[in-house]
Design a protein around this ligand. Structure first.
Ligand SMILES: *[C@@H]1O[C@H](CO)[C@@H](O)[C@H](O)[C@H]1NC(C)=O
Ligand SMILES: *[C@@H]1O[C@H](CO)[C@@H](O)[C@H](O)[C@H]1NC(C)=O
Ligand SMILES: *[C@@H]1O[C@H](CO)[C@@H](O)[C@H](O)[C@H]1NC(C)=O
Ligand SMILES: *[C@@H]1O[C@H](CO)[C@@H](O)[C@H](O)[C@H]1NC(C)=O
Ligand SMILES: *[C@@H]1O[C@H](CO)[C@@H](O)[C@H](O)[C@H]1NC(C)=O
Ligand SMILES: *[C@@H]1O[C@H](CO)[C@@H](O)[C@H](O)[C@H]1NC(C)=O
Ligand SMILES: *[C@@H]1O[C@H](CO)[C@@H](O)[C@H](O)[C@H]1NC(C)=O
Ligand SMILES: *[C@@H]1O[C@H](CO)[C@@H](O)[C@H](O)[C@H]1NC(C)=O
Ligand SMILES: *[C@@H]1O[C@H](CO)[C@@H](O)[C@H](O)[C@H]1NC(C)=O
Length: 688
């Protein structure tokens, strides 16, 4: 297959310059609108491109100018629309659509090319901020190379293994497409760099790494290297929260909402965020003509990676609407690292891709994830089937409990000797298919249909601590609890308690956002004893364990804690809302570390005029010589002091937006990132 890329249309740089020109023209047009009532034609599509394919000429890419109507952009094999909006909304937006009449392999490669060619610049800055900042010319360089070698070897193994089985086995077909799409990104990325005449390096190993970020923690143990900070060795600070609430529709009838919210945890240097929509019209196998169930996948992601890494997905297709949210699990049992192997078993990325495309229900999503578990990217997953919501939204205990009420463990699949997929039937419920909880660690996957329990409780939360006893035992989380206390307790950890108490009030989008982003460690708490404790903070791990700011709030901000300050914490919040008998899911995403609303002119609101009289009577009754002017000034002075105090009291709980230039991390590489992270809820507006 020849892979020729032809240059058509303006170069990227020219396009960019022309966008500035158009921007200026736009401003002029707006001015004209005010002055001369001239209407400005809405123009969009600056970063649209299409990849065409023919057997004779191979792949060819075309970029489209501003004046194109997005709906009319040529479809080719793959077309994409890209908006670099991170400075205004905190998110860039990328949507890619392929034509299902082409073979899947060609769709996958073209989808990759068009993404790489449009987002090459973000891939570049993201690499500079993350992998290259960590590895290039640093003491870690050797260890980084060891990791890259392992990833390269794994890709080599699975690419060919999967391709051979692609025509008959859906799983291997989609594992194969996963790697093909990444190869396509590499081609598009190189093309984008060459076209811009920049002197950036491109290296496919970097791209493999960007697609494996979620599994680097486990791989380090396996490879006996150490790239992470000590915070990565303790429970993850990401959370997911599922909630069902009664509501009233616009016409006054009672209805219900099903919310799924998710906080991702990460380093602030990784915040080159992109919301992606892949509309890939793939088939079950390369020989099959049936489309897969999951043709649409929307996710919160990063440059160069075709899975979320957060992990957060909305999956759609014909009569099909699911969502998946993962929070990382940590392993503290050195014994089970031996079960991690990414050349013997399939890494997490391609397994997620296959599950998103192929699963038609929550339990099959879990089965696919369990298939050939590499032991990397350990997570607890909440998988929600929104297509089931209309018929399944009320808790109905069974009328006639049978004799099989006790928990039952069924081994459904044994892919390798030590990989089990277990379905755990809780209480007396049958698998109903609304919500599945899946926990996967090296060597074991445990899944259960929790629909009944969820409907009975009204909520479910995950926060990096295993729910299933066997997973907790296997990963020694119980031992850690004995050593370090509640922060390792699934039922008593501060976040468990916050969700348990706070879910009742979390009944709307706004209140759920508030719960997910709460950071009520007051300024007083945060700054007290800073210097003393910073000095005492010699053992890094113990220091992190002792830091409440990481464990006692949901909206963790590592940059404002007392001990072990790091530009690390919760870096976004996403919320999906489905409503009974309403077709489309609502989706809202907030980019950046949590902060409280900026208080505008709070002083004004706080002056308590009623204070005047008591001050006057109490203070001046026994001072007969004081004149009115003096009284006025004294009262004014006291009033100001009182205001100041109230303001301080209020501001104690104010968490300011993260700002690189104001922080002590101003010198950390953060190319292309906004300085101040003061973004509100954002609703992506997709074109296709
Ligand atoms: C892991 O690496 C350290 C030094 O980096 C070395 O001392 C140790 O022996 C290594 N362990 C194994 C099992 O290779
Ligand atoms: C929600 O509405 C249902 C009726 O549809 C009712 O049975 C239930 O008690 C309500 N739940 C709450 C928490 O108000
Ligand atoms: C994975 O397993 C294979 C075969 O058992 C072995 O050769 C290889 O070294 C293992 N890889 C790692 C990273 O442990
Ligand atoms: C889920 O999907 C799988 C395969 O697509 C199917 O075999 C299974 O019966 C489905 N399960 C339920 C509960 O619908
Ligand atoms: C829930 O809201 C009520 C009324 O606003 C308030 O009194 C209560 O303290 C809140 N509960 C929690 C746990 O925040
Ligand atoms: C923050 O709020 C939670 C739940 O309301 C509470 O348990 C915790 O003690 C609070 N922390 C501080 C520092 O006030
Ligand atoms: C600092 O910490 C010590 C011991 O934990 C405590 O006794 C002291 O009161 C603290 N100082 C302040 C200013 O909070
Ligand atoms: C805040 O108060 C100042 C002074 O009274 C005023 O100039 C400013 O416009 C106010 N800002 C807002 C946002 O209301
Ligand atoms: C950043 O680097 C400059 C120059 O090396 C130094 O003066 C400055 O203090 C550093 N800032 C921080 C926050 O470390």
């Amino acid at each position: 297959m020849s892979k020729i890329l032809k240059v058509v249309g303006a170069s990227w740089l020219q396009t960019k310059i022309s966008s500035y020109v158009l921007g200026i023209l736009g401003v002029l047009a707006i001015l004209a609108l005010f002055v001369g009532q001239i209407e400005r034609i809405q123009e969009d599509g600056n970063y649209a491109a299409t990849v065409f394919y023919s057997e004779k000429t191979g792949y060819r890419i075309e970029y489209w100018g501003q004046s194109n109507e997005l709906a009319e952009i040529s479809k080719g094999v793959a077309r994409a629309y890209f908006r670099m909006d991170i400075d205004t909304t905190g998110w860039s937006l990328l949507e890619v659509e392929t034509d299902g009449s082409y073979p899947d392999e060609i769709q996958a490669y073209a989808a990759g090319i068009v993404e790489g060619a449009l987002t090459w610049y973000l891939i570049h800055t993201h690499l500079e901020n993350t992998i290259r900042a960590k590895c290039e010319n640093t003491p870690l360089e050797k260890q980084c190379n060891k990791l890259k070698d392992a990833l390269d070897k794994s890709v080599d193994t699975w690419k060919s293994y999967a391709a051979e089985r692609s025509s008959s086995d859906p799983y291997w077909h989609h594992v194969s497409l996963h790697y093909t799409q990444i190869n396509g990104i590499n081609t598009g990325w190189r093309y984008g760099v060459e076209r811009s005449m920049s002197e950036y390096d491109t290296d496919i190993s970097d791209l493999y790494w960007l697609n494996s970020v979620a599994e680097v923690t486990e791989l380090q143990h396996k490879l006996n290297i150490s790239l992470d900070d000590s915070i990565d060795l303790l429970p993850d600070v990401s959370s997911a929260f599922l909630r069902i609430v009664n509501d009233t529709a616009e016409d006054g009838t009672p209805t219900k909402n099903l919310y799924l919210a998710h906080n991702a945890a990460g380093r602030y240097t990784t915040m080159t965020r992109i919301l992606k929509r892949y509309k890939l019209n793939y088939h079950l196998t390369s020989k099959d003509t049936n489309l897969v169930p999951g043709t649409f996948v929307d996710f919160s992601g990063y440059p160069g990676s075709i899975t979320s890494q957060d992990e957060f997905y909305i999956i759609k297709g014909k009569n099909h609407e699911m969502a998946a949210a993962g929070t990382a699990l940590r392993n503290f049992n050195n014994e089970i690292w031996k079960e991690v192997n990414i050349t013997e078993q399939v890494p997490i990325g391609p397994r997620i891709t296959a599950a998103n495309h192929l699963a038609s229900n929550v339990s099959s999503w879990g089965h696919i994830l369990a298939n050939s578990n590499s032991g990397t990217g350990s997570k607890q997953w909440l998988i929600v089937d929104y297509t089931k919501f209309n018929s399944l939204h009320e808790y109905k205990p069974r009328d006639h409990p049978t004799g099989h009420e006790r928990n039952e463990i069924v081994t459904e699949r044994s892919v390798e000797n030590n990989v089990q997929h277990t379905v755990y039937h809780m209480n007396n419920g049958h698998a109903k298919g609304l919500v599945e909880l899946i926990e996967q660690v090296p060597g074991v996957t445990h899944a259960a249909d929790i629909s009944d329990t969820f409907l009975e409780q009204g909520y479910w939360a995950t926060y990096g601590l295993p729910f299933f006893k066997n997973i907790a035992e296997k990963t020694h989380v119980g031992k850690m609890e004995a050593l370090h206390g509640n922060m390792f307790s699934e039922t008593e950890s501060p976040r468990a308690v916050i969700f348990k108490r706070g879910f009742k009030n979390a009944t709307s989008l706004e209140s759920i956002i508030k719960l997910m982003r709460q950071n009520n460690m007051t300024a007083l708490y945060r700054t007290s004893n800073e210097t003393n404790e910073a000095k005492a903070c010699e053992n890094d791990l113990e220091c992190v364990v002792a830091e409440n700011g990481y464990w006692a709030v949901v909206g963790v901000r590592g940059d404002i804690v007392n001990k072990h300050k790091q530009p690390y914490g919760v870096i976004d919040t996403k919320i999906i809302c489905g409503t009974l008998n309403k077709p489309n899911l609502e989706f809202v995403a907030i980019s950046g570390p949590p902060h409280t609303e900026t208080q505008t002119n709070s002083t004004k609101l706080l002056i308590n005029k009623g204070n005047l009289a008591p001050i006057y009577t109490k203070e001046f009754d026994n001072k007969p010589n004081i004149n009115t002017i003096e009284i006025r000034d004294l009262v004014k002075h006291q009033q100001e002091e009182a205001e100041q105090e109230t303001l301080e009291l209020l501001n104690r709980d104010v968490v300011k937006p993260f700002e690189w230039s104001e922080s002590q991390f101003a010198n950390d590489t953060h190319r292309g990132l906004p300085d101040k992270w003061d973004f509100g809820p954002f609703r992506p507006n997709w074109s296709w």
